[in-house]
Design a protein around this ligand. Structure first.
Ligand code: PMP
Length: 389
């Protein structure tokens, strides 16, 4: 691939050849025995990847926002109280979204770059009662990571349903959905799960399904209603034909392959590979003298990094230079600091060599933008982390 430029944005990412091949294979009927088996297996594998042996998986055609919408539409009724823990743009999205379904939303917005302060959350849950609490495992606008274990445990302690946005974390960050008591974990195909954009994925706990069954009125979304999709998901797992809306046949075949690869790699191995990539990336940017949006390494994501531009360097100048040097990176996303930082994704199929190449391209770009530093210092720092593992 002589024209290849590394795609290192925080989703969509680069995908494994076997996954891409499934997309180009002849499309089969959504009720053919072969496809039913593939879909059923993908659902079984989702339970393993989310670590939720008794959870109910859902696969819908759509992006991560549909997965968020699906959780909101099914769990919220007008007047329900919802607590949103926000560490960035995607946390804020829940405020708007749950409000659409009639929730009375309270937002705890944490200072930019900081993670959730669970003492504050506990005080709020002590003070008033909520039906639902949401958190964003990794907010892609800030690269801040939230501790999902404390989140799930607090939800359980207070009898509140927990919804975790895992769009930028599932299959890249440590997650034990069931053991930690998280009711809904949702994600999208195009990130660490490793499949091109187009699938909204959720795994829902038994208590959340029971809460949904106790609704006074049907969900206010026709397409996202679990009433429509639950029998379909059950049928595929029981290897029976069924139909509500045509599933994204090729994407689901690709999903099954990617989930198989994730399980073959081993969840623990995969999570430590992501830890290593996150650590190597942070070491590179520290060596280059660049600050990061997250205020501490302990709550920095391992799936992406968010370095700040050095003084005198702008994204408009730097990012095209990095691209010309071989890596496509993303600009800032959080409106308060959008022009002050950029983002580099390192999840899914990303190898240590890809990260080193991307950091090399960043160095080339920075040098060409007039930033004064010793060439190779960032690559070297990352390489030392990689070599030590
Ligand atoms: N949540 C998070 C944490 C995300 O990173 C994204 C996408 N970047 C979304 C939700 C929304 O997903 P999508 O763009 O696939 O609708």
């Amino acid at each position: 691939m002589k024209d290849r430029t590394l795609l290192m944005i925080p989703g969509p990412i680069e995908f494994e050849p076997d996954v891409l091949q499934a997309l180009g294979a002849p499309t089969t009927s959504h009720v053919s025995p072969d496809f039913i088996d593939v879909f059923g297996q993908a659902l079984e594998r989702m339970r393993k990847v989310f670590q939720a042996p008794s959870g109910q998986p859902f696969v819908l055609s759509g992006s991560g926002t549909l997965a968020m919408d699906c959780a909101g539409a099914n769990l919220i009724e007008p007047g329900d109280r919802a607590l949103v823990l926000s560490t960035g743009v995607f946390g804020d999205r829940f405020e708007d979204l749950l409000g659409r379904y009639g929730a009375e939303v309270t937002v705890l917005r944490f200072p930019l770059g900081e993670t959730v302060d669970f003492n504050q959350v506990k005080s709020e849950l002590d003070r008033s009662s909520y039906k639902v609490v949401t958190a964003t495992h990794v907010d892609t606008s800030t690269a801040v990571r939230v501790d999902p274990q404390q989140f799930g445990e607090l939800g359980r302690q207070f009898g509140v349903l927990t919804i975790l946005d895992g769009v930028c974390s599932v299959a890249g960050e440590k997650l034990h959905q069931e053991e930690w008591g998280i009711d809904v974990v949702l994600t999208a195909s195009q990130k660490a799960i490793g499949v091109p954009p187009g699938l909204a994925l959720l795994v829902v706990s038994k208590p959340a399904i029971e809460a949904w069954r106790e609704r006074k009125a049907p969900a206010r979304s026709y397409y996202a209603d679990w009433e429509k999709w639950l029998p379909i998901m059950e049928a595929y797992e029981e290897r029976r034909p069924s139909y509500f809306g045509t599933p994204a046949v090729n994407l689901i075949c690709a999903l099954n392959i990617s989930l198989g690869q994730i399980l073959d790699e081993g969840l623990d191995e995969r999570i430590s590979r992501h830890c290593q990539l996150g650590k190597a990336s942070r070491a590179a940017f520290a060596a280059l003298g660049l600050g990061t949006v997250p205020t501490a390494a302990e709550h920095s994501a391992n799936t992406l990094s968010a370095p700040r531009y050095p003084d005198g360097v702008t994204g408009a100048d730097l990012l095209p230079k990095i691209r010309a040097a071989g890596a496509i990176l993303a600009g800032g996303l959080h409106p308060a600091i959008q022009s002050e930082y950029f983002r580099i994704g390192h999840m899914g199929a990303t190898k240590a060599g890809d990260l080193l190449a991307a950091i090399g391209a960043v160095e080339t770009g920075l040098k060409q933008s007039g930033y004064d530093f010793e060439l190779g210092i960032g690559v070297g720092a990352a390489q030392r982390v990689i070599a030590a593992c």
